[in-house]
Design a protein around this ligand. Structure first.
Ligand code: G4P
Length: 523
């Protein structure tokens, strides 16, 4: 296949959702369509789409320690679909946010009983900031949930994005008859056996189904027709450009658990989700995916993913050219040249050695300390540096110290390596040189403590400092006397001065007192 065709066949996306909305379940379904879960007995009862739990659990069990679930590749309908996992609440972190820098679109899964939940909103905002297309799947229609019109209104109000329902549920819970599918001009039925064994029936010119079918006897059908009419007349207009710009989200309904509506969603997703596009460098130049020169950037580093190997893997999103094993590349930051011979590609069932990979693909490089998050690598002579990855302002802070002074060395080594992974940020107090950790979520601290002990044999004490507001200032504005009991002056690991304010009041007070000092936040 030519490079052009290869790149055009890539669809790289992440699923964003609040825990329990059904991300894992829908991922299973997508892997299933792509044949990535293909062992006999994996799938029980085709109609219900119910999985044999034990088989999936084997894969699930490896989550977090295994590469395999970080990026999943499946082939579907001639496309190579790359699903990049965003860790759920258990390890919600900067890592989760940064993963969204490596994808070309996002699928937002919403529980129909709950609507927009806090984590969905946070992740949505990061996608929105990048202007990437967002596709919405409203899940769990096999249960009673909220009214679909109300959910659409909430989506638009809370997230500030226009919504365009591609299909519309006919009922829900026990009365879930199927989907009134405006995009495909058909209805899709949950109970084909009651309707002449039809999974799908076409709509006539008036938007109705011809013929005498069981589902049409229900008032639910009439209600769906009425709703659909309302949507056509009063709803948003569909615009492919707006979808591409992340200003309009196509909305789909279904039930991941029973597998209903998932393929209908996937087919339309494939139609509209973008293939890899050009990426901006630091100098504002655009690197096209079809350029011959190989380029990519590192968006995540994970240490010791496989305890048996004690390896570190740097995840690279390829932006242009073609990757071939053994190729020579340069790391822009350090100017270090290296041969990429130890690489891995991600499949749902095992790690496979990468053969060729193109823009949109994600490869893993075994790392011995050469890479940092945000690094660009390139082949050939012309140095390329992509725009820096955003850093996210941490909200929670803990003081950290080694319990045993004899173990200082492993403590420092562990901290340095884990901080380099980017899941947690490190600060040093300006006056006393104590270590402070900052993170987006509480669980990061526990994971950090656990890993320091298990991987570096360093026991630490953590003293929670609660939530603070972190604001950076310019070096030339720094006066150590600005520090008071309500703001703690620190330096970050790049030596930049940063204040940790007790609360918004303390920050405003500071701003009033030092009007010339600019207080900067990350994202
Ligand atoms: P997550 O990755 O987003 O956290 O969600 P996950 O897929 O694990 O789903 C969370 C729970 O919601 C699971 O139930 C799952 O079976 C259920 N679920 C997912 N999709 C649907 C759906 O379409 N309909 C219904 N009714 N339930 C759905 P659980 O009880 O927490 O776990 P389990 O005991 O079923 O494994």
């Amino acid at each position: 296949m030519t490079l052009e065709k290869e790149v055009a066949s890539r669809k790289t996306f992440a699923i964003i959702s609040h825990p329990d909305a059904g991300k894992t379940t829908i991922t299973e379904q997508l892997l299933l369509f792509g044949g990535a879960i293909r062992q006999a007995g994996t799938v029980k009862g085709k109609k219900s789409g119910k999985f044999a739990k034990s088989d999936w659990m084997e894969i699930e069990k490896q989550r977090g320690i295994s590469v395999t679930s970080s990026v999943m590749q499946v082939e579907y309908d001639g496309f190579q679909v790359n699903i990049v996992d965003t860790p759920g609440h258990e390890d919600f972190s900067e890592d989760t946010y940064r993963t969204l820098m490596a994808v070309d679109s996002a699928v937002m899964v919403i529980d129909s009983a709950k609507g927009i939940e806090p984590q969905t909103k946070k992740l949505f905002e990061v996608c929105s900031m990048r202007g990437i297309p967002i596709f919405t799947f409203i899940n769990k229609l096999d249960r009673d949930g909220r009214e679909p019109l109300e959910l659409i209104a909430e989506l638009e109000e809370v997230l500030g994005i226009d919504a365009y329902p591609m299909n519309w549920p006919m009922g829900m819970g026990k009365g879930f008859l199927g989907l009134y599918d405006l995009y495909n001009n058909r209805v899709e039925l949950t109970h084909p056996e009651l309707n002449g064994d039809n999974d799908f029936l076409p709509l006539n010119e008036d938007g109705e189904v011809d013929g005498d079918f069981e589902f049409k006897k229900s008032s639910i059908y009439d209600q769906a027709l009425e709703d659909a009419q309302l949507l056509v007349e009063a709803g948003n207009e569909f615009s492919e450009e707006k979808v591409a710009a992340g200003k309009l989200t196509p909305v789909f309904f279904g039930s991941a658990l029973t597998g209903f509506g998932v393929q209908t969603f996937l087919d339309a997703f494939i139609d509209f989700a973008p293939s890899p596009s050009a990426k901006k460098t630091e100098d504002g130049e655009l690197i096209e995916p079809l350029e011959e020169q190989f380029t990519g950037f590192i968006f995540k580093i994970q240490a010791n993913m496989n305890p048996a190997h004690r390896d570190r893997i740097a995840f690279v999103r390829i932006c242009s050219g073609e990757f071939t094993p053994g190729m020579d590349v340069t790391v822009t930051r350090s100017k270090k040249k290296m041969k990429l011979s130890h690489t891995t590609q991600f499949m749902a069932d095992n790690r496979e050695t990468v053969r060729t990979a193109v823009a949109g693909d994600i490869i893993g490089l075994y790392d011995t300390g050469n890479f940092q998050i945000g690094d660009t690598i390139f082949s050939g002579k012309k140095a390329v540096q992509f725009e820096p990855l955003p850093q996210f302002t941490p909200e929670l802070f803990n003081k950290v110290a080694a319990k045993n002074v004899m173990k200082q060395k492993s403590f420092h080594k562990g901290i340095e390596q884990l901080v380099q992974e980017g899941a947690i940020q490190l600060y040093k107090t300006y006056h006393t040189g104590e270590y402070i950790l900052g993170a987006v979520g509480q669980l990061q601290f526990e994971v950090f403590q656990y890993r320091l002990l298990n991987e570096y044999n360093a026991e630490v004490t953590m003293t929670p400092m609660g939530s603070k507001i972190a604001r950076w200032i310019d070096e030339e504005d720094l006066d150590p006397n600005m520090s008071s009991s309500r703001n703690l002056l620190c330096r970050d690991r790049f030596d930049q001065p940063v204040f940790l304010f007790e609360n918004r009041f303390a920050m405003n007070w500071f701003a009033d007192k030092h009007p010339d000092v600019e207080l900067k936040s990350l994202l």
